[in-house]
Write a protein that binds this ligand. Structure first.
Ligand SMILES: [Fe+2]
Ligand SMILES: [Fe+2]
Length: 374
């Protein structure tokens, strides 16, 4: 809507104010953020990578129990929404809707974006089954990696299900427009730029699970602030799952850093150079070609997911995998190590320069505008 240039920094849209256009645009679009090209950190699924992954099966098996919740002890979506089988169902729904009525439109928009992202789960299960050494060879394989992939998917499936039910019962959004967006997103798919490489894949998910944890947690904080305790509990519960999944993928990568440090460092650098793109980047409601950009701007504006978060996640991963202590790397891996150790700070400096203004219309909220003034 505009007078502003827009661009993506990984997962988040950044609106570039006119006066800083050239400087910031160079940083984002022309990749002179640092002196390396993506191809310098190029990696391939070699037989040694495949061997490392296959060799981790025992490790994965030992950790499965602590990384996945037993299904009998798991929460289910119906634990958080009115029970329509109860005698007083109508009173419960009135109360539920009254709480949801207190939320501003901008919170509904980020919540819909998060829900649509979760609902595209078929895309993510297809993705994990492309990774070499990880894929489920039969669809019901007993291999530890296949068990992880299915268990993770089964846990994730509750997220979209619960958010979908919440949104439907809230009466706050145009559910048909939301459902069209989900169908388009699954139809369009998503390419996280990991190919079939498990190292790249687990770097991506380590980042992404932390990002979704932050996003759900922040929506929960907003829900509490505006008086919707139901949504606060829902988002907190989902953020808890994302935190456990983040822990799992970070643990898998920690093991890869132990076994194959030079290739692990190169893979981390390659994914950071490529940038982590949000899985819902191809969302479309059948009308709005800029839907993802608009949703990302609202996420930035509400503080649900920001450039600062992007920077913080890189810093957390660098620290978690103790990048600065890895010794004996060859020339290119040492360069990659150096690049990674300084990256969070570089993004943090950019975060202060993000501004936006104007307003955006969303089909999800019956074509009402969201004002973007911070
Ligand atoms: Fe999720
Ligand atoms: Fe997740």
């Amino acid at each position: 809507m505009s007078g502003f240039r827009t661009g993506f920094i990984g997962f988040t849209l950044v609106i570039l104010p006119k006066e800083n256009d050239i400087a910031v645009a160079n940083l984002f679009f022309e990749n002179n953020f640092e002196e390396f090209a993506v191809s310098q950190f190029d990696v391939h699924v070699t037989s040694s990578r495949f061997e490392v992954i296959k060799g981790m099966e025992g490790f994965v098996k030992e950790n499965l129990e602590k990384l996945l919740m037993p299904i009998e002890e798991s929460w289910q979506p119906t634990d958080f929404i009115p029970d329509l089988a109860k005698g007083n169902w109508n009173e419960e729904i009135i109360e539920f809707k009254a709480r949801a009525a207190s939320l501003p439109d901008e919170v509904m928009v980020v919540l819909v974006g998060d829900m649509v992202t979760e609902e595209a789960l078929p895309t993510y299960q297809s993705w994990i089954n492309r990774l070499q050494g990880v894929r489920d060879a039969t669809g019901a394989s007993n291999s530890p990696w296949a068990q992880w992939g299915r268990g993770w998917t089964a846990e994730e499936n509750r997220h979209g299900d619960l958010l979908n039910k919440y949104l439907y019962l809230s009466g706050r959004v145009d559910m048909r427009a939301v459902e069209i967006t989900v169908q388009h997103l699954i139809n369009n798919g998503f390419d996280p730029q990991t190919g079939d490489d498990p190292y790249l894949g687990f770097i991506y998910t380590s980042f992404q699970e932390r990002a979704t944890k932050i996003s759900h947690r922040n929506v929960g904080v907003l829900a509490k602030k505006f008086g919707d305790d139901n949504l606060h509990r829902i988002c907190g519960q989902i953020a808890g799952d994302e935190a456990r999944h983040e822990k799992a993928y970070k643990l898998f990568m920690s093991q890869i850093f132990e076994l194959d440090p030079a290739q692990a460092v190169l893979s981390f650098a390659k994914m950071m150079k490529t940038k982590i793109t949000m899985p819902a980047v191809l969302m479309y409601d059948g009308r709005d070609q800029n839907l993802f950009e608009k949703y990302s701007t609202v996420a930035q504006k509400t503080g649900v997911y920001t450039v600062k978060d992007y920077s913080e996640i890189i810093g957390d991963l660098v620290q978690h995998w103790k990048l600065d202590t890895i010794q004996g790397l060859s020339d290119v891996s040492a360069k990659a190590q150096d690049y990674l150790c300084n990256l969070s700070e570089r993004y943090a400096k950019l975060a202060d320069r993000v501004t936006f203004s104007g307003k955006e219309k969303f089909s999800w909220i019956f074509d009402r505008d969201v004002i973007l003034q911070p």
